[in-house]
Design a binder for this molecule. Structure first.
Ligand code: FAD
Length: 292
């Protein structure tokens, strides 16, 4: 689709199965939610003359039960930002990431499903959802469930098959006595820009201050959002100090593959990635109750 005037049909499916049926029926169709990515750059090189709008498919909700929080795929970034449940959950990193999502206009239209489905390395929600160990539910010929770690293959590519859509994101609620601290960071050229580098961390410690579990994710430093598994392993079983955190992040260059673009050079991104990783670990450790 070069221009909106080339569009032949605009569909409003009533539910996810209906959307999948339409995708199978219409070979030149594309899913649209907020349209903030699709209508700006997501249609480049694609032959699309049908849009399937899933914003009336019953996927706008945030529900909490005893073990999880479930977020429907068409929940907007503004809804995430202002939902009371996210003010306290995980030290507020979902609301914090949503608040950093450029402008009110974009936040009111953009959705969580579109953010994950676009599979851009600068996504602000992907690193947060990785730190939270989220699951992604997908509807297609059959229903599927994916861990977010492993959901991305490369830029604009996920493990989803054609004619599948994201329906829900599930967050586990922490259980047990160990304390977990969370942090989110984003560096952009200005407050109104996508990330040069972003990231999130979740650090769980025991009563003695030793790290029992660590998750660290970074965006905009590789073809898609990554978990820094080697750094996470370097932290396990240790009481953290500034020197120890710096040493754990020393080999970050091995984990990342930054690119030069109009926003920053690969070298700058590499340098910033180390700063962000260090800050994230320190902040999450302190929020978990650790002393540095
Ligand atoms: C000016 C501007 C600023 C931006 N700033 C930010 C920012 O700060 N942080 C950030 O992370 N992003 C930013 N973005 C990118 C974009 O707004 C987000 O990625 C947004 O979350 C996309 O959601 P959407 O609902 O608008 O997706 P759409 O544009 O509707 O869709 C995006 C892609 O995902 C697919 N898709 C949509 N919903 C689903 C679904 N449920 N399942 C499977 N595939 C689906 C579509 O087919 C399309 O390919 C910005 C974009 C613009 C134009």
């Amino acid at each position: 689709m070069q221009y909106i005037r080339d569009l032949k049909k605009y569909h409003w499916p009533k539910g996810p199965q209906d959307a999948v049926r339409l995708m199978m029926q219409e070979p030149c169709a594309e899913i649209i939610a907020g349209g903030t990515e699709l209508l700006v750059s997501g249609l480049k090189g694609k032959e699309v003359n049908n849009l399937i709008d899933i914003t009336r498919a019953g996927l706008s909700y945030i529900k909490k039960d005893k073990k999880t929080i479930k977020i429907g795929a068409t929940t907007t970034i503004s809804e995430l930002q202002h939902a009371p449940v996210f003010k306290d959950f995980a030290d507020g990193i979902i609301s914090a990431a949503a608040a950093k999502f450029v402008s009110v206009q974009i936040r009111n239209a953009a959705t969580i499903g579109g953010n994950l489905g676009a599979a851009m390395p600068s996504s602000d929600l992907a690193p947060v959802l990785m730190a939270l160990d989220a699951k992604i539910f997908v509807c297609g010929k059959e229903n599927k469930e994916f861990a977010i770690n492993g959901f991305y293959i490369s830029k604009r590519k996920t493990v989803m098959a054609p004619c599948e859509i994201i329906t829900e994101i599930e967050l586990p609620l922490a259980c047990g006595d160990d304390k977990t601290g969370y942090a989110f960071q984003k560096i952009g050229r200005t407050e109104m820009d996508i990330a040069l580098v972003n990231g999130a961390a979740a650090i769980t410690i025991n009563a003695g201050g030793e790290v029992k579990n660590a998750r660290l994710s970074l965006g905009s430093v590789a073809p898609n959002t990554i978990r820094c598994l080697e750094i996470e392993n370097n932290l396990l079983g240790k009481k953290l100090t500034r020197e120890l955190i710096a040493a754990a992040c020393d080999n970050i260059a091995k984990a990342i593959d930054p690119k030069t673009d109009v926003r920053a050079s690969a070298k700058y991104r590499g340098t910033i990635a180390k700063v962000i990783a260090t800050r994230l670990i320190e902040e999450a450790y302190i929020k978990a109750g650790g002393k540095i």
